[in-house]
Design a protein around this ligand. Structure first.
Ligand code: SF4
Length: 400
């Protein structure tokens, strides 16, 4: 799909505001934009404009390639000590009977369910509770690796790590080293929300601060490992908070180079303490993807979570800077459906996901967690597509 004008056409527009023109020229030359320019894009950049710039970067870096991976999610618990006001997922401790708290054995049963399935990654994240501590997770990672050594463990965010290391009285450095030795391969991007304390204190008070989140990722990168980053947008934050968040990520990435992917997460207002806050529009979602792509010039990938925004918007996002769609997600995850997201049954088969990408003219590439190519599905023919489905009844054109 070519939804956007090429950047060369944008630059020929004589009516373009001079600041937007300067930004477009920078993007064309591959030069970094400033914080002030990023803010100007959020305030003044129309969808078609930011889309053209973001698509230029996306195609220069990845052409039409669109990545996905086959993973499964495990949430050890949805009971949580914290009370983030945007969270539709957690159950407070006093109502813990409404939630679930899996034992190591129950989690291993889920892992074993995927024996023989071509998944490459297990994504583990959930609520924060005292029994899920350093010992619990070290033992869990060891058991997963003993059972299936090649399965990539992408697990826990600085929210959990900050809590469990404090409880175990170990430093972040010691704690991350322990996790690495236990089998942790990489870290997902969650728990970032909005770093700026003006917003973070209101929506996610009590859990790790923005600085702590960044510090734990930094230590993990220093250990030679990779991670992702997110931003929860579209609630009570202002554009300047989004730019502050992106700037903090860009600075850390300059220092370590350890981030792989940035994932903007849309705030949803069902079933949480922020039901009165309206959700962002699809146009704002696409603008946010595009401006993130433009601003984070040192991030390789921008990812869309299709269960959160819906399949059609995910398809559209591929023309607005996104080059990765979070993959064949199994029904075992409940986070998104419980947050009132678009997809109540967030599972797609590989064939469905591949077709979703191909239908908008992009090339689907299956990757592993570290973006090694597993298979290019651009011209792949699925068995289901060639199977005989019975004779097709033709329309009647002549009744004589
Ligand atoms: S967002 Fe995470 S830390 Fe906050 S209440 Fe929900 S599960 Fe707990």
């Amino acid at each position: 799909m070519q939804a956007n004008k090429p950047i060369e056409v944008i630059l020929e527009d004589k009516t373009l505001d001079s600041q937007l023109r300067a930004i477009a020229e920078k993007v064309f030359l591959g030069t970094r934009i400033t914080e002030q320019e990023g803010l100007h894009l959020f305030e003044r950049g129309e969808l078609a404009f930011v889309g053209a710039l973001a698509n230029h970067i996306r195609e220069k870096r990845h052409s039409g390639h669109t990545y996905f991976n086959r993973n499964f999610h495990i949430e050890p618990t949805n009971v949580c000590l914290y009370t983030c006001s945007f969270c539709s997922y957690s159950r407070l401790i006093k109502k813990r009977e409404e939630g679930w708290e899996y034992s190591t054995e129950e989690i291993m049963d889920i892992v074993r369910k995927y024996d023989g399935e071509p998944v490459t990654e297990v994504h583990i994240v959930g609520g924060v509770l005292p029994q899920y501590d350093v010992e619990f997770y070290s033992e869990l990672f060891r058991q997963i690796k003993a059972h299936r050594p090649e399965l990539h463990i992408k697990a826990l965010t600085p929210v959990e790590y900050h809590y469990i290391f404090k409880k175990a009285k170990v430093s972040y450095e010691e704690g991350m080293q322990l996790m690495k030795e236990a089998g942790l391969d990489s870290m997902p991007g969650g728990g970032a929300e909005i770093f700026h304390p003006e917003i973070r204190d209101q929506i996610a008070g009590g859990k790790c601060s923005g600085e702590q989140w960044l510090r734990i990722h930094e230590i993990w990168h220093e250990l030679g490992r990779r991670s992702n980053a997110t931003m929860l947008y579209g609630h009570i934050e202002e554009y300047r908070h989004r730019i502050h968040h992106l700037e903090e990520l860009r600075k850390l990435q300059d220092k370590t180079g350890g981030f792989q992917t940035f994932i903007p997460l849309k705030f949803r207002n069902k079933g949480n303490q922020m039901s009165h806050v309206p959700e962002s529009t699809v146009i704002e979602d696409l603008r946010n993807y595009a401006i993130s792509r433009i601003y984070l010039d040192n991030f390789d990938h921008i990812k869309a979570y299709w269960p959160m925004i819906g399949r059609e918007v995910a398809q559209l996002s591929l023309a607005f800077g996104v080059d990765d769609i979070d993959g064949t997600i199994d029904d075992t995850t409940k986070i998104y459906s419980m947050a009132g997201s678009e997809e109540q049954s967030p599972a797609l088969s590989t064939r469905e996901l591949v077709n979703l990408i191909r239908r908008v003219g992009r090339q689907p590439i299956e990757r592993d967690t570290l973006y090694n190519v597993i298979q290019n599905y651009t011209d792949h023919v699925f068995e289901e597509d060639t199977a005989f489905k019975g004779y097709v009844s033709l329309p009647v054109t002549n009744k004589h």
